[in-house]
Design a protein around this ligand. Structure first.
Ligand SMILES: [Zn+2]
Length: 271
């Protein structure tokens, strides 16, 4: 599943090619995404000028003079640039064709992704309205996490994956950041002290930055916007490494189920 680093990698790949470009037209081949692609989208976006490509949590926002195209990659989506003459494949459900002929193409075999439109001046889209801060926001600090978690008995890994508290920390990066911070993922969030949260925030940022630099983790069918596979999975310290020696202490990495997701950790390094 594309997580924040994969979405940010996509954003950085698309931005230079899209800014200042004018949209010729959009092609919707399958309206049945997680929510239906709005009927008016093709009419509204035709002729629009693209001002920027932004990211909020895992939503990509293609900001135009006439409104904003909102794209979410869901479980299996990939958004990348193709030459306008490239024939669409089975799961290529959406194209944004630029006047230059270049085309932004969405491939999403499982169709859990989203293609939505927001008119200019409209209130924040309901899907974006209740999101917590970005991990790179100034508002996201160790003190903030400490205060927000005092009454929480849920495990820290599940708490830092809660998008109302902070967005964009998915399963892989939660495991990796907790390992780097030396925090046991099963620990009740309310029992983790301020100093450990301050360290955790730094490790969350460093983990995400390393993953973005590597172009994301290429798991299953994810490929970045330039068609290159990310390689951060080669740098995972614990995720996907059950039974392999911990890179720090040599103990064997363990895996267990937490909220229906796999958590990987080292019992020697994480307390
Ligand atoms: Zn270890």
């Amino acid at each position: 599943m594309p997580e924040l680093p994969e979405v940010e990698t996509t954003r950085r790949g698309l931005e230079p090619a899209l800014i200042g470009q004018r949209v010729s037209h959009a092609i919707v081949r399958h309206r049945g995404m997680r929510e239906p692609v709005p009927r008016a989208l093709e009419r509204k976006i035709a002729g629009a000028r693209i001002h920027g490509v932004q990211r909020r949590a895992k939503y990509l926002l293609i900001v135009c003079d006439r409104g904003t195209l909102i794209v979410h990659l869901g479980m299996s989506g990939r958004l990348w640039l193709v030459d306008g003459h490239t024939a669409p494949a089975t799961h290529d459900h959406f194209d944004l064709v630029l006047e230059s002929g270049a085309t932004v193409r969405l491939r999403d075999p499982r169709r859990f992704g989203l293609v939505l439109w927001q008119d200019p001046g409209a209130p924040t889209h309901r899907l974006l309205a209740h999101l917590g801060p970005e991990p790179f926001d100034e508002a996201f600090t160790g003190d903030y996490l400490y205060r927000q978690t005092r009454a929480r008995s849920a495990a820290i890994k599940q708490v830092i994956m809660d998008g109302k508290l902070v967005v964009g920390i998915g399963n892989i990066y939660a495991s990796e950041a907790l390992f780097r911070a030396g925090i046991n993922p099963k620990l009740a969030a309310g029992r983790v002290g301020r100093a450990r949260y301050i360290a955790l925030v730094e490790h969350i940022r460093a983990t995400l930055e390393d993953a973005i630099r590597a172009g994301g983790s290429s798991l299953r069918d994810y490929v970045g916007s330039n068609g290159q596979a990310g390689y951060f999975q080669n740098e995972h310290l614990v995720y996907g490494r059950r039974g392999e020696p911990c890179r720090r202490c040599g103990a064997l990495v363990k895996e267990f189920r937490q909220g229906q997701r796999s958590t990987f950790y080292c019992a020697g390094c994480q307390r």
